[in-house]
Write a protein that binds this ligand. Sequence first.
Ligand SMILES: [Zn+2]
Length: 210
Amino acid sequence: MLVDAGPRDLFGETCGFLGDALAEAGIANDDITHLYFTHLHPDHIAGALTKDGQAVFEKAQMIVSEADHKFWSSEVFTDETLIQWQGLAKASIAAYAGRTEQIKDGDTLIKGITALNLPGHTPGHMGFRADDGSDSFVHVGDIAHAQTLQFTNPEIGIAFDIDMDTARATRKRTLDMIATDGMKMSGGHMLQPNIGTLKRAGSGYTFVKG
Ligand SMILES: [Zn+2]
């Protein structure tokens, strides 16, 4: 299962190395059977599409939340940026048509891994959790984009959040869950090394790698 596909060439020449990373891990594009999008923002989906809109992962089932699928398919935007983003979201839906699975909170993605509803950043934004006995790992998607600010002070939102208040509530609830339950975590925009735990610090958290 591949979770999100990166920005391809949209963010310039220092980004978009998903293909190289997969090759380095010895994984061919056709080895990917499940392509899970935490949400349909360009920097998470462009890497799954060629420049002319074809699917990069020809054997993969695309998995996305019902809410994000509906939002990007049917919402009418006036903002130029959002109109552009919607174009790419629709292109991903078209490229993987006929092999798309729409999911909701708690659904199983693959064995042992379940979808976790994290609304606000987009209406259907989701992460996932993996549980093995008493060990748990959670991928929080885009509940934070600047961890040094937003873990320290979870009140801080970002302009990319479609519904900033809901995103704030999601961030606070999720970070609290991770710290309380001693879960390991990672996310879409975290700095390397990007797997660790959270320790409470004042009204926020410190990220502890490992
Ligand atoms: Zn995003």
